[in-house]
Write a protein of this length. Structure first.
Length: 419
């Protein structure tokens, strides 16, 4: 049996953990630069996705607590949730920041599964302060459906242990709510008269493959209770890494843009090292604000080759700076920039093959240096940076976060005080 544990209104719940006064108040979280509502507690779901300037009067009228995105807090609480879930099964797949699949090979009985799901939900909330819902079923797709229905019914746990229970549940689930069904698939299925998950499960798998491909065939089989999707306990290395931001204010000077791009390149390096990969190139890009019709518009990007391929922060920062200077044009006010890693490959193979342009000893020194930098930054919160990251007018390029809550768990200065 598989379980899907999914945190309820995760970002909003994180904001409530250290603010007991918000337990009975609606909470919303804004996107980068405080633009749109991207997360909300159950009471405020109706304004999800709306620009904040449009709903600000509504938030004031209904005493809705509004926060900027606090990624440090959310990431750390996510880690704590996943560590707690891992105590229940060594078979764990972290699917996203707020949900994970667990596998229980010997679990069969509904009563035992219900008790286990309730224990998981209770323990996670008690140990981390984050409420979760747990769906259990014979396949990952059915577990996902069970979890969705549990949230809809405000249950901590829902178990689909028998074919009959699965049929009854799928009959109430719209086909667009099935894991993996896009709006394009929904329209095509609707043309076939399939509007519920139960109707989809009754589609012949061979017809599903012929009409939609092997992915749909597997999905149909999963809805029928046939396990086609196993756990991915070790996520595959990402083939594309991109770090970009919209600036908190429009930038025109090259120095501030260099600081931003250097920070993005350094972050790309961290991500490469985390998955033991190197990049053979970077793509650097920047753009003005296309919504400001009265401003002069400009956007451009350029690729920079890295020989040999590298994950070294200094090399990446230097290459990104070179690319930026090639595309930068004075006289414009820039809103956004970014750095993307290209041609990502395994670091071990690169080290083993060697290069005419660098010796093995140089590469090993780079590895040790970057490992030390990563360890220091992980422990002390970004204490070591490259000089080019501090150029320009302070931190003018950073996102606007006027409603940012304290980083309660990752910054000594933000530790909550009890008097």
């Amino acid at each position: 049996m598989f379980a899907l544990a999914d945190c309820n209104s995760f970002y909003a719940s994180c904001e409530r953990v250290f603010r007991p006064d918000l337990r009975e108040r609606p909470v919303v979280v804004l996107s980068n630069n405080d633009g749109c509502v991207v997360a909300a507690s159950r009471e405020a779901k109706s304004i999800m996705g709306r620009p904040y300037f449009q709903v600000e009067p509504f938030c004031r009228q209904h005493r809705i607590a509004v926060f900027s995105s606090n990624y440090s807090l959310y990431g750390d609480l996510s880690r704590r949730v996943m560590e707690t879930l891992a105590r229940f099964s060594p078979r764990l797949e972290v699917y996203s920041i707020d949900e994970a699949f667990l596998e229980f090979p010997t679990l069969r009985e509904e009563a035992e599964a219900t008790s286990l799901g309730q224990d998981i939900a209770h323990t996670v909330q008690r140990w981390t302060g984050i409420p979760i819902s747990v769906g259990l079923a014979a396949t990952k797709t059915l577990a996902k459906a069970a979890n969705r229905l549990a949230k809809r019914q405000a249950l901590s746990t829902l178990v689909l242990a028998t074919p009959a229970a699965a049929r009854d549940a799928l009959a109430t689930l719209p086909v667009e709510d099935v894991w993996g069904i896009s709006s394009r698939y929904q329209k095509r299925l609707g043309n076939l008269g399939i509007t519920t998950a139960l109707e989809l499960s009754r589609l012949d798998p061979r017809d599903a493959k012929q009409l939609f491909g092997i992915v749909m065939e597997r999905l149909v089989r999963e809805l029928r209770g046939e396990t086609c999707l196993g756990l991915e306990e070790t996520p595959p290395p990402r083939k594309q890494l991109n770090v970009s931001r919209s600036f908190g204010q429009l930038l025109g000077d090259l120095a501030s843009l260099e600081a931003a791009v250097a920070t993005f390149a350094s972050r790309v390096g961290e991500k490469l090292r985390r998955q033991d990969s190197v990049a053979a190139g970077l793509y650097v890009y920047l753009a003005t604000n296309s919504f400001r019709q009265d401003d002069a518009q400009y956007a451009n990007g350029v690729g920079v080759t890295l020989l040999p391929p590298t994950d070294h922060g200094g090399r990446l920062v230097a290459a990104a700076g070179e690319g930026l200077r090639r595309i930068y044009q004075p006289g414009y006010r820039y809103k956004r920039a970014g750095v993307m890693a290209l041609d990502i490959g395994p670091a071990r193979e690169t080290l083993a093959q060697g290069s005419l342009l660098s010796c093995r000893a140089d590469r090993q020194r780079e590895v040790r240096l970057m490992r030390a930098v990563d360890q220091i930054n992980h422990r002390y919160g970004g204490a070591v940076v490259f000089a080019s990251q501090t150029a320009g007018h302070g931190e003018a390029w950073k996102m606007r976060q006027d409603r940012l809550s304290p980083r309660y768990t990752t910054n000594w200065q933000d530790l909550p005080l009890v008097y």
